[in-house]
Design a binder for this molecule. Structure first.
Ligand SMILES: CC(C)=CCC/C(C)=C/CC/C(C)=C/CC/C(C)=C/COP(=O)(O)OP(=O)(O)O
Ligand SMILES: O=P(O)(O)OC[C@@H](O)CO
Ligand SMILES: [Mg+2]
Length: 230
């Protein structure tokens, strides 16, 4: 079990719905990134999740699965399960509904010691996660800060995640969230594809997440984002 996840500064997010070569996996696991997160909103199945897990296992890096629904909440062969709840949606399914359905069908099979709840604040309306969850993305920095406070101080989520998936976000928004969060670990993800962007968001977020750049830009860029925050 991974006890030190709060110290990670750089996480690489791999999408089970995308193809990756064994060489690219090798490059990712030797990039210096602190952990691998397996996650995507669309077309993630237990099968493609398991296939990706088989490719990345046995490299020694911490493995996190971040399920978009109960069907992908697996425990076998992983260190941690990060389970999102979306703060800025009116659709309760994405806050607590899927979670209730998950527990209803679990028959006591949940490995709670591996479960880490995440409070997502979704800010790119064009992203799959933005569209699927109906998140209200046109909100101000102080709105985001207030959601971050609710998540951190009231619900006591251990992670607050500023999610701009697919696009680079507004550093002023991430700074406002950082100022609002007292105890939670602040994650930032979205559009990081250079050392400069990694460093800029890394000034405010505790942990930055790099996803698409692995597929679109390659190893040198991934390594540069790691060096920028470590
Ligand atoms: C109760 C359980 C086990 C799961 C429910 C979890 C919930 C509520 C998820 C809602 C938010 C969500 C769909 C998160 C998935 C993680 C995520 C944001 C992945 C990135 O998605 P995108 O990059 O937008 O999607 P694609 O990569 O598929 O385009
Ligand atoms: O794919 P990118 O834009 O790097 O975003 C990373 C991650 O936050 C997506 O959930
Ligand atoms: Mg994605």
């Amino acid at each position: 079990m991974q006890q030190n996840w709060k110290e990670w500064v750089h996480v690489t997010k791999l999408d089970p719905d995308k193809t990756i070569s064994p060489q690219a996996v090798e490059d990712v696991v030797t990039s210096g990134t602190d952990a691998l997160m397996l996650s995507g909103t669309l077309n993630v199945t237990p099968e493609n999740m398991r296939d990706l897990l088989d490719m990345v296992a046995a490299h020694g890096l911490p493995l996190v699965v971040e399920p978009a629904g109960p069907e992908c909440a697996i425990f076998d062969g992983i260190d941690l399960l990060f389970v999102p709840s979306v703060m800025n949606t009116d659709d309760a399914r994405w806050i607590v509904g899927k979670h209730q359905a998950w527990l209803r069908r679990s028959n006591g099979s949940i490995h709670w010691e591996k479960v880490v709840p995440e409070a997502y604040i979704v800010l790119n309306p064009a992203s799959a996660v933005g569209r699927v969850t109906g998140a209200h993305c046109e909100i101000s920095a102080s709105d985001v800060a207030a959601y971050a406070s609710v998540a951190d101080r009231y619900f006591r989520f251990p992670i607050v995640y500023i999610e701009y998936s697919g696009t680079y976000g507004d550093p002023a928004v991430v700074r406002a969230a950082a100022e609002a969060v007292e105890n939670a670990v602040l994650y930032y993800g979205g559009g990081i594809n250079s050392a400069e962007r990694a460093a800029e968001m890394g000034r405010y977020a505790d942990t930055i997440v790099v996803g698409n750049a692995v597929y679109d830009n390659g190893t040198d860029v991934l390594r540069a984002t790691v060096r920028a925050v470590q």
